[in-house]
Design a protein around this ligand. Structure first.
Ligand code: FES
Length: 320
């Protein structure tokens, strides 16, 4: 099967690209028609998309921007993909993807979904963090009754879905939104009263941390999603030796093992880059790594590790 369809996987589903819309912003909206039987997502969840590029299979994680109802009615989903990130696959992806191309899509995952509640809802999205929020709004605004406010932060002219947001606001009197840039956001208080509410946030880690602290200080329920891992924070730079077969390499503790080994042109496999797909998994034979998602330290002996979420803490011996 993989000879005809290189991006095909036994644990995944096929989707055909039926539209690619390059707007004025740095994002492209890609519409896929999926094969029957794909387990429909819950609004807010993400999928892994695998594509063949120059003979290599590459996987990235994207949140579905469209509603579950769109898939149920037309078997379609939409993904918002960032362009113009020089040298990075995700940034080039919108240009690689062509109409009529077949891609491989995983089942949807993730727990950033709208919780049942009667409290007013405040949503904060930044950049591509708008995608799970759009899926939630288009799916749920017709059935929820409480006020919903969205603050959408992006650089000037980089807001996406503006027409759709305006339509939703005209159609549903309980939905309002503001389009702001980062500076405006910093100068506009988000919570103007202390009435209990549910807060949903998707964007960079620093923004989410700040919204989380504000929400929790007021006793609000807080939910978040993030597209990237929290950056490594190291008090002191250290260098360690990594044995890979007969090679001995020097790495620092300032980046993940995946980034360090890619930098050293080692034959590592990068998938989602956020600890979801396990494509970067390898055997650590000796040494200690830290899982940057949880802060947990590994044992010193043999175990499977995911390179993209592992920070070296000692000299290591690995088998790729
Ligand atoms: S690249 Fe997906 S888990 Fe590491």
């Amino acid at each position: 099967m993989q000879q005809w369809l290189p991006a095909w996987r036994s644990d995944s589903y096929r989707g055909k690209v039926i539209d690619v819309e390059h707007g004025d912003s740095n994002y492209s909206l890609v519409t896929l028609k999926l094969q029957r039987g794909w387990p429909v997502h819950t609004a807010g969840q993400h999928i892994q998309l695998t594509i063949e590029n120059n003979g290599r299979l590459l996987t990235r994680t994207f949140t579905v921007a469209s509603s579950p109802d769109l898939y149920k009615q037309q078997q379609k989903i939409t993904l918002l993909i960032k362009r113009q990130q020089k040298g990075q696959f995700t940034g080039q992806l919108a240009d690689i993807i062509k109409i009529d191309q077949w891609l491989s899509i995983s089942k949807a995952q993730g727990d950033f979904v709208l919780e049942k509640s009667e409290y007013p809802i405040t949503m904060v999205a930044a950049g591509s963090g708008i995608t799970p929020i759009m899926s939630m709004l288009t799916q749920h605004l017709s059935t929820i009754k409480q006020p919903v406010y969205l603050r959408y932060i992006a650089s000037h002219n980089q807001h996406y879905f503006v027409d759709l947001l305006s339509q939703l606001s005209a159609q549903f009197g309980h939905f309002e939104f503001d389009l702001v840039d980062r500076k405006q956001h910093q100068n506009m208080p988000l919570f103007t009263n202390e009435q209990l509410q549910d807060v949903y946030c998707c964007g960079p880690a620093t923004l989410m941390n700040s919204i989380k602290l504000q929400a929790q200080a007021l006793g609000f329920s807080y939910f978040q999603e993030q597209f990237s891992l929290t950056p490594l924070v190291n008090l002191q730079q250290q260098e360690f030796k990594v044995s890979l077969g007969t090679n001995e390499l020097a790495v620092t503790n300032q980046r993940t093992l995946l980034e360090e080994l890619e930098h050293l042109h080692q034959p590592v496999v990068r998938g989602c880059g956020i600890g979801v797909c396990h494509q970067c998994q390898c055997v650590k034979k000796k040494g200690i790594v830290k899982d940057i998602r949880t802060g947990d330290l590994s044992g010193a002996g043999e175990q499977l590790i995911q390179l993209c979420v592992s920070q070296p803490i000692s000299d290591l011996e690995l088998s790729l």
